[in-house]
Write a protein that binds this ligand. Structure first.
Ligand code: ZN
Length: 577
């Protein structure tokens, strides 16, 4: 490809609205342009990267035995009503009416459509296992689209759905996808972690997220330093440690109310009462779709609301408003306590061994001291509710846990029979008995994967594409277009590399070397071949590697073999992770 004929509108300035590095660089490198909030056009350079990611995905999905289909973007409301999701999905679902006034939506996901196919086509256990996938444009009407391709409203996604006769079959299909995903992200050149994720209300037994590690990642990943335990922060558990109780055999002291004027925070109260934060029990009041509930946790720890929601089986859990706290406890926030509280009380395991602790007294400017479980507090349930902290101990091996930042690029899910039940997708087993199909679903954000690569690989000059998904593998830069010999050599090298299967861009623009070098760095091409007058007189060409700035001089007639060897080396390196 010749730069002069290629639509590659690079920019010097970051777009004002771009908050994350991948959004800035995709814009500046002329990969994408915005049409409307969260809706982007892919320009030629951007599309080349997308297509490379898609190719890797297709190869690995096919290799894992999945078959490609293409489902419609527009879906009828009736299907979504069968699974109740027409109501449940809320405003994220882009709804519309056709000319006959029939409701439909632009699919944010395809469980309904694929299960409809399954219920019509799958009759017998002999037709399974079956895994169908597509690479498709989806639409999710995010309230606040941001971060460019990271959180757009319209996005390209690979989604796959497996159909099995039973749980054992699903387990096998799931493991196949797990392995395929590992290969996909390895082949893209990523440093990534596979983490256990929350299955939430969708239920099922397992869910894993594939996280690309990047400082700028939105998600916190918890990972053991010594074993392979890794989990999303929302799901992560720590080994339960028993805090030292006050001396063995000590009888609890009598409950006592003390004045704590205007002491609303753990820090204020513990300082005032001369105790440690871990000697206090925080009482947090939550509003849930099952009513008001109180969660108890040790004063030095934080509640993980996702865990609380999962434990309660509630989709919607939020900290109660001042009015609700007042109504439930009789006091303002900061003075809530479990003694005499009439709402449901769920306590984190961390308070189980505590004796003579401090809590709010459900009364303005007052706390209790010497509170004890059983005698003073009736806990309805104990559960793991705490947010894991860096340095907590691994639930598997007991060694220290570390935190990483990551970007979710893939998610695999055991769905079970949620959709086959709702849509009555059944088959006949070997005894002629009708049973529900057991499903799994498996997603990869394609645009997000490209964006994540930029988040992981960039520097102050621009993108540093890993070789396997680079839009071009090499760029040939003649430093001065006016010198015929330089141009002739550059043309020759360009043609030679192209005919040898190298994806090469020739910067034939009549620009200064500075401009050409800047653009080459910005768009992140892994290998830059510079054709300069001084070197050429000695029959030499300079090769510079984008990833480390390393330059070497090679003989002009060794260009093809050197470039091929470097491409091969970088492809292999990405495979080794
Ligand atoms: Zn461990």
């Amino acid at each position: 490809m010749r730069y002069s004929q290629f639509m590659l509108p690079t920019l010097k300035e970051d777009p004002a609205e771009a908050e994350v590095i991948s959004h800035k660089l995709m814009y500046r490198a002329g990969m994408i342009r915005k049409l409307a909030a969260g809706i982007y056009s892919y320009l030629p350079l951007g599309l080349r990267v997308i297509q490379k990611v898609e190719r890797i995905i297709r190869e690995e999905m096919n290799r894992a035995g999945a078959q490609e289909v293409l489902l419609p973007c527009i879906q009828p409301a009736e299907l979504w009503m069968e699974t109740q999701r027409w109501e449940e999905y809320g405003k994220d679902l882009l709804r519309m009416k056709d000319r006959h006034d029939r409701d439909c939506c632009f699919g944010p996901t395809h469980e309904e459509v694929i299960t409809d196919i399954a219920r019509r086509e799958i009759r017998s256990y002999r037709q399974m296992p079956l895994n169908l996938y597509q690479i498709q444009t989806k639409f999710r009407d995010e309230i606040r689209p941001r971060f460019g391709l990271m959180r757009g409203r319209e996005f390209i996604m690979k989604d796959a759905y497996s159909f099995d006769a039973d749980e054992a079959g699903l387990e096998k299909s799931y493991q196949e996808m797990y392995k395929a995903y590992r290969r996909i992200f390895t082949r893209c050149g990523f440093t990534f972690k596979v983490v256990e994720a929350e299955t939430g209300l969708i239920g099922g037994t397992a869910s894993h997220e594939f996280m690309v590690l990047a400082q700028t990642g939105e998600e916190t990943i918890v990972s053991c330093q010594s074993c392979d335990y890794a989990a999303n922060i929302q799901k992560a558990e720590a080994k339960r440690t028993r805090p030292r109780a006050k001396g063995p055999g000590k009888t609890p002291n009598p409950l006592k109310k003390v004045e704590t004027p205007d002491m609303k925070t753990v820090a204020d109260v513990t300082k005032f009462l001369k105790v440690r934060p871990r000697d206090l029990v925080k009482t947090l009041i939550f509003e849930t779709d099952q009513g008001v509930a109180a969660a108890l946790i040790r004063g030095d720890r934080e509640i993980n609301q996702t865990k609380l929601g999962t434990h309660l089986g509630c989709e919607d859990v939020k900290l109660a408003s001042d009015d609700v706290v007042l109504g439930a406890t009789g006091a303002s926030k900061g003075f809530a306590g479990p003694v005499g509280l009439s709402v449901k009380i769920i306590a984190d395991y961390s308070i189980e061994p505590m004796v003579d602790f401090v809590t709010g007294a459900n009364e303005q400017d007052a706390h209790y001291i010497n509170v004890n479980l059983g005698r003073d507090v009736k806990v309805d349930q104990f559960a793991d509710l705490q947010m894991v902290r860096e340095g907590d101990l691994c639930p598997r091996c007991g060694k220290s846990l570390s935190f990483f930042r990551g970007i979710e690029v893939g998610h695999i899910f055991k769905l079970g029979t949620k959709y086959s039940k709702a849509l009555k997708a059944t088959y006949l087993d070997e005894n002629g008995r009708e049973r529900e199909i057991v499903m799994g679903c498996y997603g990869i954000g394609v645009g997000r994967t490209a964006a994540a690569a930029i988040e992981q690989y960039h520097d102050e000059d621009g993108i540093i594409w890993p070789m396997p998904i680079a839009p071009f593998q090499a760029i040939v830069v003649p430093v001065n277009n006016k010198i015929a010999a330089l141009m002739k050599t550059a043309e020759g090298i360009y043609r030679l590399l192209s005919s040898n299967g190298v994806e090469v861009l020739l910067d034939d623009r009549d620009s200064t070397p500075g401009v050409k070098f800047k653009d080459a760095d910005l768009i992140g091409i892994p290998l830059r071949l510079t054709i300069g007058e001084k070197n050429l007189k000695k029959g030499l060409v300079e090769i510079r590697r984008r990833k480390n700035g390393e330059t070497t001089l090679i003989e002009k007639d060794k260009v093809t073999e050197t470039v091929s060897a470097l491409i091969h080396e970088e492809m292999e390196a990405s495979l080794q992770g």
